[in-house]
Design a protein around this ligand. Structure first.
Ligand code: DGL
Length: 276
């Protein structure tokens, strides 16, 4: 076997690196595990610095680069930015700086929204940084110019989710307060523009009612990863038994086990990897 071929065979067995500010990106990891069972996934949740959503672009870029380098040190062959905030603000920089493919979640979410809307009026909820970046408006309009996009920042949702208050009266009240104004705009599709939000699916579904479809990026993101791996000859051999390994930058999140249960994931032992 030629050296170049040997290199490719080794590379195919390397992990897909996935990161989020916390445990929300596990919703994307679950979709990756479902679609690509042969792949080894190395997930980093930056729990020491969650939430990213209220921070400046410069800080989000710096955090994203630091976590991506952690993933490269684990041998990541591709990086999935399983965080809308980091996708909205840091993906172009990561694509310039890193020598592996980098896939964010904004484009897959936009594709899901355009496919779902019938009345061409889409709502997007996300962190303040994601909403302010207008990344979803750009991505959705680039796909279909006539779609109207209404956005709403929901900064209290990530802390409630990281706290494990998934089906709680307080969470319901907060959700109602955020969603009422955007529902009045006549949307028929709501993009969960934060990878934490699918964990609130039941509360959100109840609040929006049957006439609004909830969509998120996870499945389309996994499909994009599959396509990029395939095109680059980087997919793990089908005979591999894939796995999920989780590292956190701080051991603080007791909620990890709840997320694991609610997503049907087998996380196993969690490593703590402090930054720096
Ligand atoms: N899961 C992240 C996202 O998709 C949460 C961001 C945050 O930490 O505020 O935006």
């Amino acid at each position: 076997m030629q050296d170049a071929d040997k290199h490719l065979v080794t590379k195919r067995s390397q992990p897909i690196g996935v990161f989020d500010s916390g445990i929300g990106g596990l919703t994307v990891a679950a979709a990756l595990r479902g679609l690509l069972p042969a792949e080894h996934i190395y997930y980093v949740g930056d729990t020491a610095r969650v939430p990213y959503g209220g921070k400046s672009a410069v800080t989000i870029e710096r955090y994203s680069l630091e976590i991506s380098r952690m993933l490269l040190a684990e041998g990541a062959k591709l990086i999935v930015v399983a965080c809308n905030t980091a996708s909205a603000l840091a993906v172009p920089m990561l694509q310039r700086e890193l020598n592996v493919p980098v896939i964010g979640v904004i484009q897959p979410g936009a594709v899901a929204a355009v496919a779902a809307t019938q009345n061409q009026c889409v709502g997007v909820i996300g962190t303040r940084a994601t909403v302010q970046s207008q990344a979803y408006e750009r991505a959705i309009r680039a796909l279909k110019a006539e779609v109207r996009v209404e956005t709403q920042a929901c900064p209290l949702l990530v802390p409630l989710i990281e706290e494990g208050w998934l089906e709680d009266r307080i969470t319901e009240q907060v959700v109602r307060r955020y969603l009422d104004p955007i529902l009045e705009k006549g949307i028929d599709t709501l993009v969960l523009g934060c990878t934490h939000y699918p964990l609130l699916f039941r509360v959100l579904e109840k609040e929006v009612g049957p006439s609004v479809r909830l969509v998120d990026s996870a499945r389309n993101c996994a499909l994009e990863v599959q396509a990029v791996l395939g095109a680059g000859g980087l997919a793990a051999p089908a005979s591999h038994a894939g796995s999920l390994e989780v590292a956190l930058t701080d051991p603080s999140t007791a909620f990890l086990r709840v997320a694991e249960h609610s997503l049907g994931l087998n996380v196993g032992e969690v490593r703590v990897r402090p930054i720096g």
